[in-house]
Every structure is written in C-alpha cells, then in structure tokens.
Ligand binder design. Structure first.
Ligand code: GDG
Length: 464
C-alpha cells in the first residue's frame, strides 16, 4: 500500500468535531469539547497529524477535510452498523462486560460481525493515511481489533492503543465468545495502555493463559520476536484551563447566582454524570433521600443538584434508566420535600463548559459514586476548580481516579449506610480539614495533567 500523508495518526470512534447546520443552508464544524483533542492538538500540528473517525451521521460519505489545522478523515457507518457495531457490540456487549457486568451484556453474532467489518474499515483508513514508519494511536473499546488489522496491512508502523474504560477481571472477560480475537487484536499494538495497573495485569494474564504467549512484568513476548508492552497511563484533564475558567469573574458571579436560585442553602451537593447505569446515580440519590428522611440533614439546609447528561438514548437500557431516575427523583422529592424546599434538583441536559465550572464552584460537596469507572474526569475537574482549597469530594473506590485522589472521602457505592455516613462527614467537615485534603488533591491533578499523560504515552511508544 502506498504511504500516506501523516506522521502521527489518531484513530477513534468519533472525529473530534460536531457539525452545525446553519439557517442559510451551510454547515460549519466545531471542535468538540474534550481533553483528548486539546492534548493532542499540539502534537498533531507539530508532527503533521491526521484524525480518523466517524463524523456522526449514518449513511453519509464525506471526503477528508481540514479543520483548525488538523486533517480529519471521516469513516462511513451505515444505519445498520450504527445499530450493530456501535449501539450493539460496543455499548450493549463490551460496555457492560468491561464495567463489572453491572448490567447484563448481550452477545449477538451479527453484532460481532459488524464490529469486525467496521474495525477493518478503520484499519484500512489508517493504513492509507499513515506515512511510512508513522505513529498511529488507536483509542478505546470500539476499536480493539484495529491494532492487529493495521499491523497486517502496514508492518512498518508504530502502533499504540489506549483503553479509556476498565479492563475487566479475567473471570468476567472469559464470558465473551470472541475473547481470543479481542486479545489478538490488541496485541497487534506495540504499546497497550490502561487507566490502572490492575487492568494491565488482567490483560497480561489473559494473554498468557488464553493466547499462550510468554510474559514478564509488563512485557509480552510474541513467537515472531516482537514484544508488546502493556501498562497503566492514568488519563487526566486540562487542569490549568479549568482553574483559569473557575477564577474568572463571570464564573464566580454565575456560581453565586446558581446558589441564590437554589435558595442559598447551607450546603449544595452536586452530581454531574452522563446518564449511564455505571455512574451509580440510583444508590447515591437514595442515600441522600434517606439522610433527609431520617432528619440527619434538615430539608431546608441542603440541596442536591444532579445533572445527567443525555447519553446513548437509542439503547434500551439507557431509556429504562432514564425513566427509573425520573421516577426515583420524583418519589424522593414528593416523600421528603416540602412546599418551597425540593431536596433534589434534577436536570437531564448538557451545559457549556463555563456553566460546568460555575456548578463546580457552587458545590460544597461533589458526589462521584460510580459502580465502576475507568477514571472519571468529573472528579478531577472539580478538584481543579477548587483553587481556594474549599469543597469536599466524595469519591467511589471503584473509579480509576480513586487511586490518585486518596484524600477524597472514599466510599463503597453499594454500601448505602456507609455512603450516608460519609456524605454527612463531608458535609460537616471543618474548613481546615477540607483545605488539607483539597490542597494535596489539587497538586496531584495539576502535576499530572492531560499534557503529561499524552506526552508519557507518546514517549513510551516512540522507537528506542
Ligand atoms: C470515559 C470513561 C474516563 C459531562 N457533562 C457535560 C460535560 N461533561 C464532560 C465532563 C467530563 C466528561 O464529559 C465525562 O468524562 P468522565 O470521565 O466523567 O466519563 P465518561 O464520559 O464515561 O468517559 C471514563 C474517560 O472516558 C476518559 O478516559 O475517565 O472513566 O468512562 O470531562 O466535564 N461537558 C460539558 N457539558 C456537559 O453537560 N461541556
């Protein structure tokens, strides 16, 4: 295959842009908000990069184009592939399986066939675009077969892979009828990155036991002499830009306004999550509702603001979850609220970044209690926004972020009584105690930001 144009290629399910359809009939592309794009932008510009991904509209073929100095290469998906590869195998099979089976994964052979076909299309697109000996960085669970498929087409490339979600314990992974193909797909890479050392260890053990390759520490030795490294690269956020945003006069004013509109309660608790069954919304809201009901927190003192960002709305489990949470919040507010005091303010919507920062500034207690989460960037964003060392972070032990944010009030999200006790403790902690914890956490997030993450991965991937 002829060598292409780019020295550094990112392959991800989605392109880092959203499209606006203007009233005059024209369309414009907007860079979608997100740490990954901003972290990789400088590398992309410097090295002459390209980003390969789906543009978000089924059945539409688009030519490669340039946006903000980055070459974007759209990959087509048919309506059926969106159903089978994306909503089906990626989000109905792999997502629940990799998150400790907190919802039952579904196994369908047609979904798998579609996953293989789409991964092949992404691999071919990368093979066309990458220059000789270029570096290709494949992202996430939707594209686990791409590394091996791409190596087959272009053995000259350096290939990295990063998994943003947890890699499950071997006992759960073994349920997957196509477990061996996934493992073989991943070891097509030179470097396989995980959020936590535990995920890397699960993967290495499976490669040894299921595929039969020799391993030592973080290294996998293939029969053809090639080696693959598998280890943790915990992802982070653009801490400086969050801090700066939080310090702006507009955000500070908006935070005050938000508190006022909630009736200036003593304590504002906050949850911000994609509406996903892994995020633990149900148990968290129940714990808070019980604290109000049993009088531990007076109803006039506190408000819990829960923002649930719409997500995967065509997948049935997500529709069920939405109805569940609607009902639960309605029930709690009806049971323990009173006229003029609704204990839970619930919004199913997404907001601009400035509003997110204002919410982080307005919240005394940030409640992040996923049942399982690769990292959880919301926890890190809250910390970055608390530049004055105020505020408490209540954090699930089962979020990747718990490994770094040790000074958070950590909870087991399945233990409702434990969660109640910790919420109470965080709500009542002294400013001095809060500052002690927040200071250390802020150092962690500032020292290891998204740039450091991207740099470490790319460094580890470069040929020695
Ligand atoms: C996956 C893994 C891992 C949310 N609502 C709005 C909004 N957001 C932003 C947050 C944050 C991001 O979305 C969510 O990131 P999380 O890490 O919390 O969760 P996932 O979406 O599940 O991400 C996760 C991550 O990949 C990265 O590797 O940490 O474990 O599951 O940045 O701020 N942003 C805006 N409006 C919203 O309404 N602007």
């Amino acid at each position: 295959m002829a060598a292409g144009l780019a020295n550094f290629v990112v392959v991800a399910n989605r392109l880092p842009v959203d499209r606006d359809f203007n009233p005059d009939g024209t369309t414009t592309w907007r860079t979608s908000p997100g740490g990954l794009v901003s972290a990789l932008e400088p590398v992309m510009r410097r090295k002459g990069g390209a980003w390969i991904g789906w543009h978000g509209a089924a059945d539409e073929r688009l030519r490669p184009f340039e946006h903000d100095g980055i070459r974007l290469v759209p990959v087509r998906l048919s309506t059926q592939e969106v159903v089978e590869y994306y909503e089906g195998f990626s989000n109905g099979t792999l997502w629940p399986l990799y998150h400790d089976v907190v919802a039952p994964p579904q196994f369908h052979r047609e979904w798998w066939d579609s996953y293989v076909a789409v991964n092949q299309r992404f691999a071919k697109a990368a093979a066309r675009v990458a220059k000789r000996k270029a570096t290709v960085w494949v992202q996430d669970y939707q594209l686990q077969l791409v590394p091996a498929m791409l190596r087959e087409l272009r053995p000259d490339l350096r290939i990295g892979f990063f998994l943003h979600i947890p890699f499950p314990p071997t006992e759960l992974f073994q349920q997957l009828p196509w477990r061996r193909q996934i493992l073989e797909g991943l070891i097509g890479a030179d470097l396989v990155g995980f959020q936590l050392p535990g995920g890397a260890a699960n993967f290495i053990r499976l490669v040894r036991d299921r595929v039969g390759h020799k391993t030592k520490g973080s290294m996998i030795f293939l029969p053809d002499g090639r080696t693959v490294e598998a280890r943790a690269f915990p992802i982070s956020i653009d801490a400086k830009s969050f801090e700066k945003l939080a310090q702006s006069a507009e955000v500070e004013a908006r935070a005050k306004e938000l508190r006022a509109s909630l009736g200036n309660p003593k304590t504002v608790l906050l949850g911000i999550d994609r509406l996903d069954y892994t995020k633990g919304l149900r148990l968290r809201l129940r714990a808070f509702g019980e604290l109000i009901r049993d009088g531990s927190i007076p109803v006039d003192d506190s408000v819990f603001v829960q923002v649930a960002t719409p997500s995967r709305e065509r997948v049935e489990q997500y529709r069920i979850l939405r109805a569940d949470i609607d009902r639960l919040v309605g029930g709690i507010n009806a049971d323990v609220g009173r006229i003029g005091a609704q204990p839970i303010t619930y919004v199913h919507a997404s907001f601009p970044r400035e509003e997110m920062a204002a919410l982080y500034r307005a919240a005394d207690v940030m409640v992040v209690t996923p049942l399982r989460d690769g990292m959880n960037l919301v926890a890190k964003e809250y910390v970055a926004c608390r530049f004055d060392d105020t505020g408490a972070l209540v954090l699930s032990e089962f979020a990747g972020a718990a490994a770094e944010l040790k000074q958070a009030y950590q909870v087991n999200p399945y233990d409702i009584n434990g969660m109640k006790a910790t919420l109470l403790e965080a709500t009542q902690a002294s400013p001095r105690e809060l500052a002690r914890r927040m200071r250390t956490m802020r150092r962690v997030v500032t020292d290891h930001d998204i740039d450091a993450w991207a740099h470490e991965f790319i460094q580890a991937l470069s040929p020695r």
